[in-house]
Design a binder for this molecule. Structure first.
Ligand code: HEM
Length: 502
């Protein structure tokens, strides 16, 4: 009898086999994706490659607020290549940024963030031991030279606001755009805090360049967000990236020039301003070129760029909103002036007066709410995979805090579209602190919170009180609350008229 051999797969059709294998692979992929998606926060379906970019419109924060009605206070979208969660309530922001700070304090590895010092700087630096030391150094320098009792901030703001008032009363016609003058005045305060209060900077070419650079960088913001969201675009449109890199370079070059000039005349016994403070910190923390926490002299010096980049445009934009909103609502100027005249008499405001002018303070809070100059704060990112609420969020997910949504929430403010400082005051004319605390989120939440909030609040108080003590402003263009979204949200250009009070 012939022996029959068993040959495995002899009768199996190979084509059939391959089809089954593909089907299994496909099903596994789909199921995996399906379960992954189910663990993510809810959110709309997006397109391949671009994700939800086309949904965002001209005011992404407003779009997010509308999406939150459908998807809840934590939802998921894709910003081009970036998986993104949007936090739309104070609770959600608090749960993430305050309760899980080690995980939610990183910055996204956006192209522009990486182009700045390879994310080893301060504002756009990745969250690490090095960053914590960097923040401590920058905070120390700010406190010593800008917010301590002996710091020249009050003197400088009063000097610059006096110049501004004089300029407006004597040299501006009755129909002018105040933005450039405001930028110069706020820029001059920061410049002198950095390099020394003896400087008269208005005719100084470096100062003029610094303010000009800020404008140019702002104009490059849209190119930045484009390349950040769709990094592959740089292969198709290299000019976009070139433009972005050139603009980012402006501030770095300026900071380097300033450091080398300040180093050549540095005297540790006579420190002129924050730049000397940074040189002194570099001598202390990075004597051996690299500190054990990994910080270098160069990174400490680069803090100048952070102070210029984060500290001027923010305060100046808030002032621009103040002048616009008060020029529309002249009755609020009257109320402020009544309080200023009552409490200060004829003398100018000092920092000692902070807390004594509740109506002025309420007006500043209402300007910050209405203007919301940083509607999504600066984006954060997750540094590891994390279970947040019942969702599974991957490492490297971008995190937006929708402050705009909170500032326009009808459940909190009842009539959010109205400009009404009284909403921050009790019947006894004191500030409602729970409401002021909500506005404080404009400076961020958690471990990456703004370190310049005290300085900017002092500047705003002195600038606004002094300006409206001296004059009334009336709007000479159509009332327009429109927002221009660059790095910060600015008001659309407007014109005013000045009426001196004395
Ligand atoms: C009205 C004025 C200002 C507003 C609205 C503002 C707002 C902000 C916001 C939203 C952030 C990001 C917070 C986060 O990531 O959670 C931030 C960060 C920062 N701000 Fe401000 N800021 C203002 C003024 C200033 C000033 C005057 C300075 C300094 C001179 C400054 C220095 C910084 C720095 C260094 C950071 C980075 C902190 C970090 O990443 O760890 N800011 N600011």
């Amino acid at each position: 009898m012939m022996k029959t051999h068993f040959i495995p797969f002899e009768n199996v059709d190979f084509k059939f086999c391959i089809t089954i294998c593909f089907a299994i692979l496909l099903m596994t992929g789909i199921l995996k994706k399906f379960f992954e998606i189910r663990k993510l926060p809810p959110g709309p379906w997006g397109y391949p490659f671009i994700g939800h970019l086309t949904l965002l419109g001209s005011n992404p924060a407003e779009t997010f607020s509308k999406m939150a009605i459908q998807y809840g206070d934590v939802f998921f979208i894709r910003m081009g290549k970036w998986p993104t969660i949007v936090l739309n309530s104070r609770d959600a922001i608090d749960e993430a940024l305050n309760k899980m700070p080690e995980i939610f304090s990183d910055r996204p590895k956006f192209y522009s963030n990486y182009a700045i010092n390879k994310m080893k700087g301060l504002v756009f630096g990745e969250y690490s031991q090095r960053l914590r030391l960097h923040r401590k150094i920058a905070n120390g320098v700010l406190q010593e030279f800008a917010t301590s009792k002996s710091s020249p901030t009050e003197y400088l703001v009063r000097k610059e606001v006096d110049l501004l008032i004089k300029l407006w009363i004597q040299s501006r016609d009755n129909n002018f755009n105040p933005v450039h003058d405001i930028e110069m005045a706020v820029g001059a305060v920061m410049y002198q805090l950095l390099f020394g209060s003896e400087i008269n900077c208005h005719s100084d070419q470096s100062f003029i360049d610094m303010v000009k650079n800020l404008k140019t960088i702002n104009e490059g913001a849209s190119a930045g967000s484009f390349v950040n969201m769709l990094p592959w675009i740089r292969f198709i449109m290299p000019s976009k990236v070139k433009k972005l890199l050139e603009r980012l370079e402006l501030n770095s070059k300026f900071a380097e020039k300033c450091i080398s000039e300040s180093l050549s005349s540095y005297d540790k016994n006579h420190q002129r301003g924050m730049v000397d403070g940074l040189i002194s910190a570099a001598n202390k923390y990075a004597e051996k070129e690299v500190h054990h926490d990994g910080i270098t002299r160069h990174q400490i010096y680069s803090t100048i760029r952070d102070f210029i980049g984060a500290g001027i445009d923010t305060t100046s934009t808030t002032l621009q909103w103040t002048v616009l909103l008060l020029s529309i609502h002249t009755n609020i100027q009257d109320k402020m002036q009544k309080e200023i005249d009552n409490i200060l008499g004829g003398r100018g405001p000092t920092l000692q007066d902070q807390g004594k002018l509740p109506y002025v303070e309420a007006t500043i809070l209402e300007v910050m709410r209405h203007g919301t100059i940083a509607p999504l704060n600066i984006p954060h990112s997750t540094s590891t995979d994390v279970k947040f609420r019942d969702f599974e969020i991957k490492k490297g997910t971008v995190v937006f805090c929708n402050i705009y949504g909170i500032f326009k929430d009808k459940n909190i403010w009842t009539d959010p579209d109205k400009f009404r400082p009284e909403r921050f005051l009790t019947k006894d004319n004191t500030i409602i602190h729970e409401r002021a605390d909500i506005i404080a989120t404009q400076f961020g939440v958690g471990r990456r919170r703004c370190i310049g909030d005290t300085l900017s609040k002092r500047e705003l108080f002195l600038f606004i009180t002094s300006i409206y003590q001296a004059m009334n402003t009336n709007l000479r263009s159509d009332p327009n609350y429109g927002r221009i979204i660059t790095i910060n949200c600015k008001p659309t250009p407007y014109k005013i008229q000045i009426i001196p009070r004395y």
